[in-house]
Design a protein around this ligand. Structure first.
Ligand code: ATP
Length: 262
């Protein structure tokens, strides 16, 4: 689904490469934690996947398509297939919860009838049923992040990128948010989450890719990671795929990118 081939990224005013000859492949449907110290290149990986930045050398491929060959006017089409969530939520402060989520569909020109169905459905998915009329400032941090996640997934993206989504949240709320991301992953959405939080990484035991100084220094398959310390046990993430949307259709997604290139 996401492939990096010998990717090096040097920012215009960078003194050293933010990414240095990185190669990796993330399969469709995987949940991957991207870890590493501050400045190791985690956010840069995410920026390259949505083509917010070009590579300096090497290729980033999404669904088999080289983003370096994608015409700039086709980039919005790519981003439509990729949901993004950030540490600071980035909600529209003057819109209600429901309007924040609806806005993501309105900018895509989706019909009102569809929006009226999808918004409540998505708010229920993220555990915010009944809170659609609240303003963002009337919510806790964890609830605000749920709104941001609802907005990111309401269009059923093939990929969800999360950059330190728990960075502003307390430990218990952080685990709830990652459980929610795991539920979304269980619907077939590929999830790539950058995090500093070792408790979460140890707890969820998904694939871990560690960066240091722009290089991959560890890549451990799902479930193979042995925590260094015992952490407080918490219940396993709730996975109920029957209750959720069907997985995104990779064929449609690939076709859309192909059409975009043409
Ligand atoms: N726009 C930019 N211009 C110049 N250098 C940049 C830019 N963005 C990031 N960098 C540099 O690239 C390197 C990688 O940064 P990046 O933000 O990807 O790291 P990170 O692992 O996400 O860090 P953090 O955990 O602190 O968010 C750092 O040395 C950073 O200073």
């Amino acid at each position: 689904m996401i492939r990096f081939e010998n990717v090096t990224k040097v920012y215009p005013r960078g003194t050293r490469p933010a990414l240095d000859d990185v190669s990796m492949e993330i399969e469709r449907g995987q949940f991957v934690f991207l870890v590493g110290p501050s400045g190791s290149g985690k956010s840069t990986v995410l920026r390259l996947v949505i083509r917010e930045e070009p590579t300096t050398s090497g290729s980033v491929l999404v669904a088999g398509h080289d983003l370096g060959l994608l015409a700039p006017r086709k980039v919005p089409r790519l981003r439509r297939q990729i949901g993004t969530v950030f540490q600071d939520f980035r909600l529209l402060p003057n819109k209600t919860v429901a309007q924040n989520v609806a806005f993501a569909l309105q900018v895509l020109g989706k019909p009102t009838k569809l929006i009226r169905t999808l918004v409540p459905e998505t708010l229920e998915l993220v555990g915010l049923e009944g809170k659609g009329r609240r303003m963002p400032h009337e919510l806790s941090g964890g609830e605000q992040q749920r709104v941001a996640i609802a907005r990111a997934v309401v269009n059923h993206p093939a990929v969800l990128l999360a950059d330190e989504p728990t960075g502003n949240l307390d430990p218990a709320t952080s685990l709830d948010i990652v459980r929610l991301l795991a539920r979304i992953n269980a619907t077939g959405t590929t999830v790539l989450m950058a995090t500093h939080d070792n408790v979460i990484v140890d707890e969820f035991r998904r694939r871990v890719i560690e960066l240091d100084n722009g290089k991959i220094v560890r890549d451990e398959a799902e479930g193979s990671y042995i925590p260094k310390e015992v952490v407080t046990p918490v219940p396993a993430p709730e996975l109920d795929p029957d209750d959720l949307w069907s997985p995104p259709d990779e064929t449609d997604w690939a076709d859309e990118v192909v059409r975009g290139e043409g």
